[in-house]
Design a binder for this molecule. Structure first.
Ligand code: 26W
Length: 828
């Protein structure tokens, strides 16, 4: 039997995906056998499931090849642990990776179906909040494309990021049940499950040789069940497995209650345990110590580590070799409990002593920090940790004890240093997860040059001193396969026709486009493509917002999470100033513009929700004012997600990246826009700095204070009132908001926003940067009238985006942090 399956080709059902006829037959068979519908009456939705079902078998086969190859070559693997994977839709990606889009399109057409319509039936896998989750998805794509032995671990949330509607100008959240109709891509591994324990108490004892060992008893248990998704790479040869854990109760019925006839009580425990993987926390900053979140973090960490260790021990008998074959990347601190969990598993389950276990642990992990905002740095109450994870709390105390002992030896008498570095904040009685991650990792990285610099100088200066070389930078990147090839086919084709297809897996090749920046014919094609993409974006806006916008106008877009630090408010102040100018001057001396917003606010984030409402109120006033018809339109596109981004980004002229300098770790939307030929207006924050370095300062609109200036402004005692009183245009704008110009029915609606800007001290320096932003916007207007120069700059932006490929980021991680090699494609 074994011999007959040694080559997976024996399993081939005979479908050659290069052959339209065979795909067609396969689709019909899948519709009947897998979906169970009559092809004669099937809807596009049914066809989506039939097609996905057909591909799934193929993907699974390819995944097996990759896995066999990894075992065969006994490679070192990287495990990417992330609470979020924002992969979006998968169908088109798989077709592009496998190179079979035209054939599948033709096969569907013969069945009377349109591939694009079929693809739109898929719901977004929105298992993430924003940048951090999308980055994880781009990284899996780059790992698969470049044959790195990678593996993702996360949570199979039943409800991903909520879907957003705008009602009366306000955000309303709705549950997003992406699994309502089932996901055709998942492979359920009923046989792969791990028990995850909570609560209970610790019993320690000494064996005959005097070695202490501990047992964790009387716990409440949950089972983690594995669901696998295959992340294909471009070219289709290699894939990366993404294993998501779903919580299942250890018992369907509590027999104690059941036997008493208490049927409802008997299933209650089941419901409680299974809430663990129910819903993604829709917050990207503050969590406020919620117990369920901590349980989610431990749940996925424990299941993943048990899984990783089991896979390792299947091949290697000696746990001490673990770091030679394994590196585990912690995507922010959310999985930082992996540090004490690995210690626990090595000591309590595999009998290692403390020293060996610690040696293995700190050589296994690496930690990526994604945020400087103090409120986003996770800490957990000691009491909560002790109740839920008593053994881990003990281990953390002990790690801390040895760690601080060393600090005391190196810095005798420096009690302040000890207090600052401790894993425990004694004043609040909380565990500092970032400290745990730093101490437990071999490397810590920031996600853009400035971010890493600030991380070292402001957030972790003491750690940087005691661990020279531990902090490194890896600037973020995006995958050009999704963010150009897939989302902007006309531009991708234009580029390939001009310079060949190598850019698809080597983005530096885009440099060759520089030579065409002034070429009249190339410019014409480039502009025509942009115009078509704007028409598509306009259609989306018309459909979702009921606002008619004209593709001839400048499309000015800010799409991202709504947050005070990202300063959507600065943008809307500028829009109001523009509106006032147009009304007052009576002549259209400013270029017609369409200002597009999109993004979700955390449901409990009062200010962010106010900002959404203000944008919508302002949009309403402007869009209904005949005085500015044809000159200014504002649209807030509801339910911003990956699929919306795929349409709005290609259709944008001006990309808004206007965070207060020193607050946005990197940004990745900025890269996606520039890659699609938008010019950036932005501050010297995050990756904007490196984007300016690459594209050249003539090809980007930079404004505002630098991170250093921001710090100095604040230190000098910043008073926004001075700016308010000295800038009449700004004063008028703020007064209008304060006096209810945009909300006559409730004039005080925006007082909280105005107060934050004035009496509240304007924490994010909106007023301080206003004038400089206005000037930069004036420069945009002036340049946009010069079609040729604008297009030249846009082309140069595309040509110089090579650095911002996630391929470059992954090569850097592989070389400098993970120490892993590409697999050879011998049997792939
Ligand atoms: C505590 C809850 C929580 C959840 C998520 C806190 C913080 C987060 C993330 C760190 C937020 C996030 O997505 N950060 C973004 O990460 C991107 C990828 O590195 C960066 O490009 C963005 O600048 C950063 O805001």
């Amino acid at each position: 039997m074994k011999a007959s399956i040694s080559t997976l080709n024996d399993l081939d059902e005979g479908i050659d995906f290069r052959n339209v006829d065979q795909i067609k037959r396969g689709l019909l068979a899948s519709m009947v056998r897998y979906v169970g519908f009559d092809p004669e009456s099937a809807t596009p939705h049914d066809w989506f499931f039939a097609l996905a079902g057909l591909l799934r078998g193929h993907l699974s086969e390819q995944g097996m090849r990759t896995s066999r190859s990894q075992y065969g070559q006994d490679v070192k693997r990287v495990y990417y642990l992330s609470m979020e994977f924002l992969t979006g839709r998968r169908l088109m990606k798989h077709l592009l990776d496998l190179g079979i889009e035209p054939q599948v399109r033709a096969a569907l057409a013969e069945l009377g179906q349109n591939l694009d319509t079929v693809a739109e039936q898929e719901s977004d896998a929105a298992l993430g909040n924003g940048g951090l989750g999308r980055l994880a998805a781009c990284f899996l794509d780059s790992m698969a494309t470049h044959a790195y032995p990678g593996y993702g671990y996360g949570i199979r949330y039943e409800f991903g990021m909520f879907s957003q509607t705008i009602e009366n100008g306000q955000q309303v959240e709705h549950p997003e049940s992406w699994l309502q109709n089932g996901s055709p891509w998942e492979i359920v591994r009923h046989n792969v499950s791990h028990t995850v324990r909570f609560g209970g108490r610790i019993v320690c004892f000494r064996d005959e040789e005097g070695r202490e060992s501990c047992r964790w008893v009387d716990t409440d248990d949950v089972v983690a069940e594995a669901y696998d998704l295959k992340e294909t790479g471009y070219g289709g040869a290699i894939s990366v497995n993404l294993r998501l854990w779903s919580a299942r109760s250890t018992q369907d019925f509590d027999l104690r209650y059941f036997n008493e006839g208490n049927y409802i009580e008997a299933v209650k425990e089941k419901t409680v345990s299974e809430t663990l993987s129910k819903v993604l926390y829709p917050m990207d900053t503050t969590l406020m110590g919620q117990e369920l979140r901590l349980k989610q973090e431990y749940f996925f960490v424990s299941a993943s580590l048990q899984d990783i260790l089991a896979r390792f021990l299947k091949v290697h008998k000696n746990p001490r070799l673990f770091p030679e074959k394994t590196v585990i990347q912690l995507n922010d601190t959310h999985p930082a409990l992996a540090v004490p969990e690995l210690m626990r598993l090595l000591m309590d389950q595999h009998g290692l002593n403390w020293e060996d276990a610690w040696d293995i642990t700190r050589n296994t992990f690496a930690y990526t920090n994604h945020t400087l905002l103090p409120e986003a740095l996770e800490t957990w109450p000691i009491d909560l940790m002790e109740a839920l994870l008593p053994r881990h709390m003990e281990i953390i105390y002990r790690i801390n004890y040895f760690f601080l002992q060393e600090i005391r030896r190196t810095y005798p008498g420096d009690v302040e240093m000890v207090r600052r570095l401790s894993l425990i904040d004694d004043s609040t009685r909380r565990v500092r997860m970032a400290h745990l991650a730093v101490v437990g990792s071999a490397r810590v990285n920031g996600v853009a040059a400035l971010h890493t610099e600030l991380l070292r100088s402001r957030v972790f200066p003491d750690f940087d001193r005691i661990y020279p070389g531990k902090f490194v930078n890896v600037t973020n990147g995006i995958t050009q396969r999704r963010w150009l090839l897939q989302s902007n086919p006309p531009l991708a084709t234009l580029i390939t026709d001009a310079i060949g297809p190598a850019w698809v897996s080597d983005l530096d090749r885009l440099r060759d486009l520089e030579a065409l920046a002034d070429d009249a014919a190339f410019q014409d094609s480039f502009r025509a493509i942009k115009r078509k993409a704007k028409t598509r974006a306009a259609a989306l806006i018309a459909e979702r917002c009921g606002v008619a916008v004209r593709p001839e106008t400048l499309f000015d877009t800010q799409i991202k999470r709504i947050h005070e630090y990202k300063r959507q408010l600065l943008n809307i102040l500028q829009v109001i100033a523009r509106y006032n100018h147009l009304r007052a001057s009576g002549k259209p001396d400013l270029l017609p513009r369409t200002v597009i917003f999109g993004g979700k606010a955390a449901p409990g984030y009062f200010m962010a929700k106010k900002i959404i409402r203000l944008i919508n109120d302002v949009a309403d006033a402007i869009n209904h004012d005949p005085a500015v018809r044809g000159l200014l339109r504002v649209a807030f596109v509801p339910n911003y997600n990956v699929s919306t981004a795929e349409i709005l980004i290609p259709g944008c002229d001006l990309s808004e990246q206007i965070s207060t300098a020193g607050t946005e770790a990197s940004g990745t939307g900025n890269m996606k826009f520039a890659l699609n030929g938008a010019l950036t207006i932005g501050t010297l924050d995050g990756a904007n700095i490196e984007i300016r370095e690459e594209v050249g300062e003539d090809n980007i609109f930079i404004f505002g204070q630098t991170a250093e200036e921001v710090a100095r402004t604040k230190a000098a005692g910043y008073n926004p009132w001075n700016i308010y009183h000295n800038d009449p245009e700004l004063k008028t704008v703020i007064d209008m908001i304060r006096d209810g110009f945009f909300c006559t029915e409730q004039p005080d609606r925006y007082h909280p926003l105005v107060n934050a800007l004035l009496d509240g001290g304007d924490v994010f320096l909106v007023l301080a940067d206003f004038r400089s932003y206005m000037n930069a916007q004036a420069a945009v207007d002036a340049l946009y009238t010069d079609e040729k120069t604008w297009t030249r700059k846009a082309i140069l932006n595309v040509a110089r985006m090579g650095k911002f490929s996630s391929d470059r980021a992954i090569h850097t991680y592989a070389r400098e942090i993970w120490g892993i090699d590409k697999m050879t494609r011998d049997d792939a």
